[in-house]
Design a protein around this ligand. Structure first.
Ligand SMILES: *Cc1c(COP(=O)(O)O)cnc(C)c1O
Length: 494
């Protein structure tokens, strides 16, 4: 299996290891597989009897053909071990006969980013060997909260890799800050930046673009790398849990092999839902993909009109991981629906005018698979409340956006196909908003909200968030953006 850029027809080919190491193609495009491997019914029949790590290794093996079966199985077993995913990697919970929640947040940071970030560092570490790379990869991350912690947990103590994470001093929640400051691992570094998320992001981008930084790091035996959600190494592992959910529906007798399921995904960068699209293209019987957005409903508009227009107000919502106006992974869908030449045009228009319109044939292709719905803040809060009332199920703010979209779709179309909603975060990660939605009053202290929510609902606080205020703070540096490079160089010397 070889990979190519979304922005050129076929000229360059890359191995999976190279793609995972490199992240982005030279022409600014994203890496996509040159063809989509098939998943037969016979294979699904086999997969349904296997555990999650084995399902994962088999599916990843279709894309990462330069990794051996043994390597992939060892990495998947380590990544999705019971010790980090207590209660299973991706359990499917039935809310009703037709509505299911695919819980992707049982990992070490209680959000779905763990599903990819627990395995991707292991794949990168192997990619260094496969590409003959002797230097150590130095991962730099600017984070507005969740990604930083998930990356730290994923990369900690992985061979030939170090990771430094920068977050805005006053731009993350108290829980998020504590999660990062108390991070364990020999190869990690965390600092707060005096400034906002943009300052942290700009600082990281500047280090990536400075030739002097690359040279100095090279002399020290390092090269820079990123943990972006556009890396193929983050996307591929996300295909697995859709296949796994289908297997679980078969095993529960909710479907017969060949029957369709629908899938709803609370969407930000379009990575998670694109993985579902790939599963469908591989042959997994998926009917519709419902793209769920919050008030930042640029994707709802795009799927309804064919016009992607980022010239609009940006809203801060209670589902912050979906507060996004540029969904980078959408470029991968454009490639499959429109081809490389038109994708290049659309991306050029997006960076020049902040806007593009897809051709009618492209829109028609996308319409066959996708539809878009959104939930504003009021609807999201009401959905959290009603989901508890109607099913006794505790949904986080992102999942509630998904459940709302799924219900809008089912009501509007009358489609009775079983619907799987990707549940992307533990409700305890957004405990204050969930509590307020359920009981009409907001806990004053975000840490106290965790135990208040647990006491009222009887649900257990997930282990990554338990006793977080009692852990030892290891990282308390607060630095000015102009000192980021020096800080990174000093970390490299450690
Ligand atoms: C990242 C994230 C999303 C959005 O996923 P994309 O792949 O960016 O579309 C949704 N919910 C939560 C909790 C997340 O952390």
């Amino acid at each position: 299996m070889e990979f190519q850029s979304t922005r050129e027809e076929t000229s360059s080919h890359y191995s999976a290891a190279r793609v995972i190491k490199q992240g982005l193609a030279e022409d600014g495009g994203l890496f996509v597989p040159e063809s989509i491997p098939a998943l037969s019914y016979a294979e699904i029949e086999e997969l349904r009897h296997l555990d999650y790590p084995t399902r994962a290794a088999k599916i990843l093996g279709k894309y990462l053909t330069d990794y051996t079966e043994e390597e992939l199985l060892a990495d998947c077993r380590a990544a999705y071990a019971e010790t980090s995913f207590r209660g299973g990697a991706a359990p499917l919970v039935a809310l009703s006969d037709t509505l299911f929640s695919l819980e992707l947040w049982h990992g070490p940071t209680a959000a779905f980013k763990d599903m990819a970030l627990q395995i991707m560092p292991r794949l990168l570490s192997r990619a260094l060997g496969k590409t003959g790379e002797a230097r150590t990869a130095l991962i730099l991350v600017a984070t507005s909260g969740d990604t930083g912690k998930a990356a730290l947990e994923g990369y900690k103590d992985i061979d030939q890799i170090k990771i430094a994470v920068f977050y805005p001093e006053n731009g993350v929640s108290r829980v998020q800050k504590l999660q990062m400051q108390t991070q364990e691992g020999k190869n990690v570094y965390v600092a707060a930046i005096k400034g906002n998320f943009d300052d942290a992001q700009t600082g990281v981008k500047k280090i990536f673009s400075l030739p002097l930084a690359a040279e100095t790091l090279n002399e020290k035996g390092y090269f820079l790398s990123s943990a972006n959600s556009i890396n193929w190494g983050r996307l591929a592992p996300q295909i697995v849990y859709y296949v796994s959910a289908y297997c679980d529906l078969l095993n529960a007798g909710k479907l017969n092999l060949g029957d369709k399921m629908n899938v709803t995904v609370p969407t930000g960068n379009f990575g998670n839902i694109f993985a579902a699209y790939l599963a469908r293209e591989m042959g997994l019987p998926i009917g519709k993909l419902v793209c769920a957005s919050n008030e930042n409903n640029i994707l709802t508009d795009f799927l309804r009109t064919g016009i992607y227009d980022r010239n609009r107000a940006f809203h801060l919502t209670m589902s912050p991981s979906m507060d996004i106006l540029i969904s980078s992974n959408l470029e991968r869908l454009l490639f499959f629906a429109a081809g490389a030449a038109r994708t290049r045009e659309y991306m050029r228009a997006l960076s020049k005018d902040g806007k593009y319109t897809v051709a009618p044939d492209v829109k028609a292709k996308i319409d066959e698979v996708f539809c878009g719905y959104f939930a504003d803040e009021k609807v999201t809060a009401a959905t959290i409340h009603d989901t508890m009332r109607d099913y006794g199920y505790l949904a986080d703010t992102h999942t509630a956006v998904g459940i709302s979209a799924a219900k809008q779709y089912m009501t509007e179309t009358g489609d009775k196909t079983p619907m799987v909603v990707a549940s992307t975060a533990s409700p305890f990660k957004f405990a204050a908003d969930v509590y307020a939605s359920l009981y009409g009053e907001r806990p004053g202290d975000p840490l106290a909200a965790l135990s208040m929510l647990s006491e009222k609902t009887g649900a257990e606080i997930p282990y990554p968030l338990c006793g977080i205020d009692r852990r030892t703070v290891r990282f308390s540096d607060v630095i000015a953006p102009e000192n980021m490079l020096d800080t990174v160089l000093a970390f490299a010397d450690k």
